[in-house]
Write a protein that binds this ligand. Structure first.
Ligand code: IVH
Length: 674
């Protein structure tokens, strides 16, 4: 006879359920988790283990048999035609082998064909198409019913609104079908969002997943649109059934239908190949433009999937292998302030160094005073931090208040130049407005020298500190007057590296106009705007004297950016700086372009990845010499995408849109052709 469960176990189980329900609510309903995913998973595993030991204590409402949260008010709820189930998790390769054993034993086969694909860290969405049009987008909700978020998903650009009849025919699909996938935000979009929030004093988002989930579930679709979300499709249904004999066929069909689906999936023969895939991507996931928190492994054959079926919670034919979370707790030893290029003071948490996913983290930006207050963080507190991709780690929340905690206050004087700090009531930023503040100077120099600006290799913060502190350089124009003796005299500077640095500075004179515009650090003018302005104006002087209307005539330049450019050039010190740069030999113009032919007239090119025989800028110059245009983004209007080594998302986009893709040698042939 089974022994009766002791009262202490009943109590422990009830306690765990309470906790899990609370955290599910925070995570699924409020999009505001209090604990890390790993900590949540540990609670869940503990409950699962206890319930396995005492099956009589399992109740139908236990979090272990449930899928998600409850839909919020404000949206219409919709019943899913087929439940949107969750996946069982595997936290070790042993658990994957167990999964494989279970599958093989139930099917009676020696080796199973699996598809391993990225586990996107976002929000799952079901998209319903009828007559080839997107008619509805629904969140997962509790798995059975979700929220109708159609107007919101319609703003996501990677979601096709209408199907091409020919594409449907080619994919052998009817015009009524359902696509499931994940809505997410790239690291780049997330960083841009927080930068924007920082400038406007808006709420700072803790991670890309939460900001994507929040953006899908707002009542105002224009907010969704502004967040620049992405959608990756991974599942296709017709009449509630998988329409192809293999999952790989579905992935192929989704691509044909112009959905964004990852190209990184792999057909694996047996579990060893699956494990090799997980290992491979653990090392490479850091470099992906978006966050993945694991690998999803699916039995490829639909017939075997059907034979295996589902448990109450998840399919038996799939499992999620989870990577260790890149979250950790650590102590805030101090909060310091950094003075940025614009003079804005940024509080930075100095952390007790901690390993997060193989990288030591010892500091994390707190963005602004509002964020410090929102987090309620003080010196001495223990905080939860998270690192995603190669971006700067974020503080998610305070997990424990320090015994002798000390509140942080914005200094009244600049920590660098000691002049009074300006702060307008109601505004978020605290600023040092001293134009001569060395911290601002240093940041401007670092920005000017950065890889995407003038690309002056070797001009890092240690050198910049010395150049400014010794009074050798006050602004970027002074760089061009540096002498070898000045540079050699710097600490840790050998003769050879001094020469290299001077050569790099000299080389920067040949930079494109686009880079120079970006390098000046005009408020609101990023790389892309720099590029657009350079395509429109033939020199810096012409840009400097442009009126707001002329600037707004440039595609994508709005009134705010135009006003900011005009303000920059109306400042006498800035006009002076440009004159001095000019005298120093920095005067790129777009006019000097040699016209070789008109054969690319009306054609637009995009370059992605590293080229072997020339830089991308040089290749772009060649295109323009033949009358063509170069763009930074791939669209339906792009004629050619030239792909080098390690291409990025532009390559994906080109494939998706069916744009002609050229290798470097094919591009060369095109150049040589009459
Ligand atoms: S398939 C019945 N594939 O992970 C199978 N899910 O932990 C349904 N997810 O609810 C899911 N990437 O939100 C699948 N490549 C992928 C995925 C994926 C992320 C999410 C999805 C699911 C959750 C389960």
């Amino acid at each position: 006879m089974a022994k009766a469960a002791p009262a202490s176990i009943r109590k422990e189980i009830e306690g765990l359920r309470e906790k899990l329900r609370h955290h599910e609510y925070r995570y699924y309903v409020l999009d505001d988790p209090e604990i890390s995913d790993a900590a949540y998973d540990r609670l869940m595993q503990k409950l699962q283990a206890l319930e396995a030991g005492y099956p009589e204590l399992v109740t139908p409402d236990s979090p272990t048999v449930r899928v998600g949260g409850t839909p919020r008010d404000g949206f219409q709820t919709v019943q899913h035609a087929r439940a949107m189930l969750s996946l069982d998790n595997a936290f070790s390769y042993d658990a994957l082998r167990d999964f494989d054993r279970r599958v093989r034993e139930s099917i009676g086969k020696e080796k199973i064909e699996y598809i391993a694909e990225h586990k996107f860290d976002g929000l799952s969405i079901s998209l319903q198409y009828a007559g080839g049009r997107l008619v509805r987008g629904v969140t997962r909700g509790d798995g059975t019913t979700g929220e109708d978020v159609t107007p919101n998903v319609k703003t996501i650009r990677s979601i096709p609104l209408q199907m091409d009849a020919a594409a449907l025919k080619k994919a052998k699909l009817p015009s009524v079908f359902e696509v499931r996938g994940e809505v997410l935000m790239t690291h780049k979009a997330f960083e841009a969002l927080n930068r924007q929030q920082e400038l406007t004093g808006g709420k700072i988002f803790v991670n890309a997943r939460n900001s994507a989930a929040g953006a899908v579930r707002v009542l105002d679709p224009s907010i969704t649109a502004a967040r620049r979300l992405d959608f990756f499709a991974y599942y296709l249904f017709v009449d509630g059934k998988v329409p192809f004999p293999k999952h790989s066929d579905s992935l192929g069909a989704l691509k044909q239908l112009r959905f964004r689906a990852s190209d990184d999936w792999k057909l694996c023969h047996g579990i060893d190949e699956v494990i090799a895939y997980c290992d491979d991507w653990d090392a490479k996931r850091e470099k992906l433009p978006y966050e993945i928190d694991g690998v999803v492994i699916k039995v490829n054959a639909t017939a075997i999937q059907n034979e295996l079926g589902f448990t109450a919670k998840a399919p038996r034919w799939a499992i999620a292998f989870k990577y260790p979370a890149r979250q950790e707790t650590t102590v805030v030893n101090d909060i310091i302030v950094q003075v940025g290029r614009t003079g804005a003071l940024t509080p930075v948490a100095m952390l007790e160094p901690v390993q997060v996913g193989g990288v030591t983290v010892s500091r994390s930006t707190l963005h602004n005073m509002d964020e410090v207050e929102r987090l309620g963080v003080q010196i001495g507190d223990t905080v939860l931090i998270e690192r995603a991709g190669e971006v700067i780690p974020h503080v998610l929340k305070v997990v424990k208040e320090g015994k002798n905690r000390k509140p942080f206050r914005m200094p009244r004087h600049c920590p660098e130049c000691h002049s009074a700090i300006h702060h307008v009531d109601g505004e978020v930023a605290y600023r040092c407005v001293n134009a001569a503040c060395p911290a601002k100077r240093k940041e401007s120099l670092l920005h000017y020298a950065s890889r995407h600006a003038m690309n002056i290799d070797g001009l890092g913060d240690k050198i910049v500190d010395q150049l400014v502190d010794k009074g050798l350089v006050k602004d970027v124009a002074d760089l061009y007057a540096l002498k070898e003796d000045d540079v050699v005299a710097l600490d840790r500077m050998a003769e050879k590296s001094a020469q290299n640095l001077l050569e790099e500075i000299e080389g920067s004179k040949k930079c494109s106009l686009a880079r120079l515009i970006y390098a000046l650090g005009i408020f609101s003018v990023g790389e892309r705007t720099g590029q657009l302005l350079a395509e429109h104006f033939s020199s810096l002087e012409e840009l400097a004297s442009a009126k707001e209307e002329q600037l707004e005539a440039v595609h994508e330049v709005g009134p705010k950016v135009a006003a900011s450019i005009v303000e920059f050039f109306s400042e006498p010190a800035n006009r002076q700086l440009i004159k001095r740069l000019n005298r120093g030999g920095v005067h790129p113009t777009a006019e000097k372009r040699e016209v070789k032919s008109e054969k690319f007239r009306g054609k637009s090119f995009v370059f992605t990845g590293g080229l072997a025989n020339r830089s991308r800028e040089e290749a772009g110059e060649l295109v323009q010499q033949h009358g063509g245009k170069v763009s930074g983004t791939v669209s339906k209007k792009t004629d050619y995408v030239v792909v080098g080594t390690d291409p990025g998302s532009k390559y994906e986009k080109a494939k998706e849109l069916g744009v002609t893709i050229l290798t470097e040698s094919e591009f060369e042939r095109l150049l040589e052709a009459k």
